[in-house]
Design a protein around this ligand. Structure first.
Ligand code: PHE
Length: 454
């Protein structure tokens, strides 16, 4: 089933087991620590409410049209007997996109595995109860000591990479579809529960105002636009061929725009619920919403300690965070593995092992960036943040631009709209105008302004 499928998106392998397969796999890839850990800290650093507005706009005007374009071309490449693909883009541009997507995947996975490792460490702490024995006020110190340790973060990072390699070697299709069918509803339930708990705390109102009441003055800063766009790219996982690959296994009769809408809605819902849970608590405890990458790891355990039955919830939450991380890591490793299998003599097993080791090594500076290498900073950011910043705010948007150029400018309107299931649809013209003009221009302007302002 899977070897050939996942390694050869242009081949004629089989399909998702059900209509829901594509949506489950892509929401699984999209919803991860990016929605909980990254969304909350980036929103916190960039002014809360106004950031949320820009984020939702980025999702709708940039993320959604690109997801449709990526999926359409992925499916067209796979079903290449379809009339839609008669004028498929020239390979040269396609290869640029694929190579860039491989680089993005390597960069993102190198630091993502470190964060996933932190989540695994917290899961173990929740299971053995040690996390709940730390006094509520001690979580900041505990976390700071943990991430500064020269050995611990590296071990957890290695463990998460090993698990990812193990799954990717075995082939992912059935694993992803089945795992997500169970894990995704549970993930939604867990964040919803935490959000409800957050809202019922004394002092929760300040957190809700921070997240939902925009302070428009931050809109004067170009970095806020860049951060919102980068978060949309990262959280949806667009701009690096994941939707191309997974779209290849989608049945012809399934509607691309409907699936794309479900993906962005699901991903945004998880982020907003996580934001509610975290910011209500941050404000209820009087902690700093601009704390940066630490935010979720320090404030969430606060909730669990205070909560009756908090241990069960802590286990559930961190288990789901680890599982969400894993489903995202599988797609992130799948992109370079699929590329290697297609374009090098390597087989899946060799490629997954070699790339796993490479990514582990590439991730070491990120894993050690809060302790041994804490002095290395770039524009005020540590190593992990810097890799994340460059990958999310520059590499993914560049990948998105390249894809839009291929689909919007080289493929042709009729085949592109047909492959996107938009022919005869009222949304066809707006979508085509978006992918040809508006989305690329928005991305270019935000990139340029962000770049010029550092
Ligand atoms: N979207 C994932 C998350 O939010 C991370 C990811 C990025 C996955 C890029 C795939 C590609 O956690």
């Amino acid at each position: 089933m899977s070897d050939r499928i996942s390694s050869d998106p242009t081949g004629a392998g089989d399909q998702w087991g059900s209509q829901a397969g594509f949506i489950l796999a892509t929401v699984g890839s999209a919803a991860g620590v990016g929605n909980v850990w990254r969304f909350s800290y980036v929103a916190g650093e960039n002014g809360g409410g106004a950031f949320l507005v820009l984020y939702v706009l980025s999702v709708l005007l940039i993320g959604l049209p690109i997801i449709i374009a990526e999926t359409a071309i992925g499916r067209a490449l796979r079903h290449d007997h379809a009339p839609a693909t008669r004028r498929l883009p020239k390979l040269r541009h396609w290869q640029f996109f694929r190579v860039l997507s491989v680089l993005s995947a390597l960069a993102i996975l190198s630091f993502y595995a470190v964060i996933a490792g932190w989540a695994l460490r917290y899961l173990i702490g929740a299971v053995d109860g040690s996390l709940l024995r730390i006094a509520s006020t001690g979580h900041g110190e505990f976390f700071a000591r943990f991430i500064a340790d020269p050995v611990e973060p590296v071990i957890w990072h290695a463990a998460m990479m090993a698990a990812t390699v193990f799954i990717v070697i075995r082939g992912v299709q059935r694993g992803i579809e089945t795992a997500n069918r169970i894990l995704l509803p549970a993930l939604f339930a867990a964040v919803a529960l935490l959000a409800v708990y957050g809202v019922t705390q004394d002092g929760a109102g300040a957190g809700l105002r921070f997240l939902f009441q925009p302070d428009w003055t931050v809109l004067g800063q170009p970095r806020v636009y860049l951060a919102a766009m980068g978060q949309a790219f990262f959280s949806l996982g667009v701009g690096m061929a994941i939707f191309v690959t997974f779209g290849g296994y989608m049945p012809q009769r399934q509607s691309v725009p409907v699936a794309a809408l479900a993906i962005v809605a699901g991903d945004t819902l998880v982020a907003v619920l996580a934001g509610i849970a975290i910011f209500t608590t941050v404000f209820a405890y009087g902690t700093d919403p601009t704390a940066g990458p630490q935010l979720a790891f320090i404030t969430l355990p606060h909730i669990f300690v205070a909560l009756p039955g908090g241990r069960v919830l802590a286990v559930l939450f961190f288990a789901l965070l680890v599982a969400g991380a894993l489903t995202s890591m599988i797609s992130l490793l799948e992109v370079p593995v699929a590329w290697c299998v297609q374009y090098t003599p390597w087989r899946r097993r060799q490629a997954a092992l070699a790339l796993g080791v490479l990514i582990f090594v590439l991730g070491l500076p990120s894993a050690l960036g809060f302790g041994l290498l804490a002095d290395i900073r770039w524009h005020g950011r540590g190593i992990l943040d810097s890799v994340d910043f460059v990958a999310s705010n520059f590499l993914l948007p560049l990948g998105g631009l390249l894809l839009l150029t291929i689909v919007g400018w080289r493929w042709g309107r009729a085949p592109a709209t047909a492959a996107a299931n938009l022919d005869g649809n009222r949304a066809a013209a707006p979508w085509y105008i978006l992918i040809r003009w508006i989305t690329p221009l928005l991305v270019l302007v935000i990139l340029a302004r962000g770049f010029l302002n550092g």
